[in-house]
Design a protein around this ligand. Structure first.
Ligand SMILES: NC(=O)c1ccc[n+]([C@@H]2O[C@H](COP(=O)([O-])OP(=O)(O)OC[C@H]3O[C@@H](n4cnc5c(N)ncnc54)[C@H](OP(=O)(O)O)[C@@H]3O)[C@@H](O)[C@H]2O)c1
Length: 309
């Protein structure tokens, strides 16, 4: 498994992260198998959020299952996010909520610290000075080692950076072959004939590259926001044919090629996989061994319905 050093953040982090959003429905034994299978494939990074499952059920399941895996806490990075309070229909980045969410995550995960804490999608009422106070307290207590965000536009990152002392080292954003706005808007710039040119995220990709913020790509196999996977989906014949052609050449699955497409980007992103099927985890992790060419990358991008402007 290839690894990256996140600037000012976790070192030797696997380029593939095991996402745990879909873990609540598993038994303890099956969850342990997911964690261990990913680890045996070279994954050393696990992604959580307070909102994955009712009352943090994904974190609870991970905490109960982890002792069954035989993996040492210090050999992996555990990441969680806070701020999405669907149970009370609001997003909340107040100091009080950030601090209590971290305590809840640590208790559910049965760990002493989080390697990385992400503020999830923005609370539009957030006060950056309050966020800064919360981060200072979490750093001082040793409960969180590195601070990050998810789904945050560059200007809000600038606003946070004005007050937060700790470097913000990760921005977790949606990216897949089908959901590629992060990339599209710059390619189609100034083109009124297509929606691909609409700048929906304030050039987050280039901003993160300029500021040494590692991008973690969530839902690497999904279309739409949570439309389902495009892998083997008859609604995406051209894309599946292009994936199959390269997969056959590389002797891996289409899943591996779709993830290799993300890893091929020079921004050196991590990809967060969400499957809970051990065989699919093994397939996905093969992405790290594939070296797509410049031409392969474009071939896949165009097969996903884009065109050269
Ligand atoms: N920051 C954010 O706002 C945000 C939002 C969403 C997600 N996330 C993170 O990103 C992670 C990944 O999200 P995701 O689950 O949507 O990602 P994904 O890897 O794109 O999709 C996984 C889903 O695709 C299915 N799938 C079907 N065929 C597959 C195949 N051949 N290979 C692999 N998977 C296949 C999986 O089912 P099987 O289990 O049956 O394989 C699973 O339901 C989450 O766990 C979470 O940690 C972050």
């Amino acid at each position: 498994m290839k690894q990256i050093n996140i600037v000012n953040g976790p070192q030797n982090a696997s380029v593939i992260i095991q996402g745990c959003m879909r873990m609540p429905s598993l038994s303890k034994e099956d969850a342990a198998k997911v964690i261990r299978t990913a680890y045996d494939c070279g994954v050393n990074f696990y992604d959580h959020a307070t909102c994955y499952g009712e009352n943090g059920a994904a974190e609870t399941k991970f905490g109960e299952s982890f002792p069954l895996t035989g993996i040492k806490r210090e050999d992996i990075y555990i990441q969680s996010k806070c701020g999405l309070c669907f149970d009370r229909n609001e997003f909340d980045w107040t100091k009080e909520n950030i601090l209590s969410s971290v305590d809840d995550s640590l208790r559910r995960l049965q760990v002493e610290y989080l390697d990385t804490l992400l503020l999830h999608r923005p609370d539009v009422l957030f006060d950056p000075e309050e966020v800064a106070e919360a981060f200072d307290a979490l750093e001082k207590s040793g409960k969180v080692r590195h601070f990050c965000v998810s789904n945050v536009v560059p200007m809000q990152l600038e606003l946070l950076k004005k007050y937060v002392k700790q470097p913000l080292v990760i921005n977790q954003l949606q990216l897949s072959l089908e959901q590629s706005q992060l990339i599209d808007q710059a390619l189609y710039m100034n083109n009124k004939t297509t929606d691909y040119s609409v700048n929906r995220d304030g050039n987050a990709l280039d901003y993160c590259r300029l500021n040494d913020i590692t991008i973690q790509a969530w839902s690497p196999l999904q279309f739409g926001m949570f439309g389902g996977t495009f892998i083997d989906n008859p609604d995406f014949p051209e894309l599946n044919a292009a994936l199959a052609k390269i997969a056959e050449r590389e002797q891996v699955s289409k899943t591996a090629i779709a993830i290799a497409w993300i890893l091929r980007h020079p921004a050196k992103m991590q990809a967060i996989i969400g499957t809970m099927n051990p065989e699919h985890i093994k397939d996905a992790c093969m992405a790290s061994k594939v070296e797509l060419s410049h031409h392969d990358w474009y071939e896949l991008y165009l097969a996903a319905g884009k065109f050269l402007p």
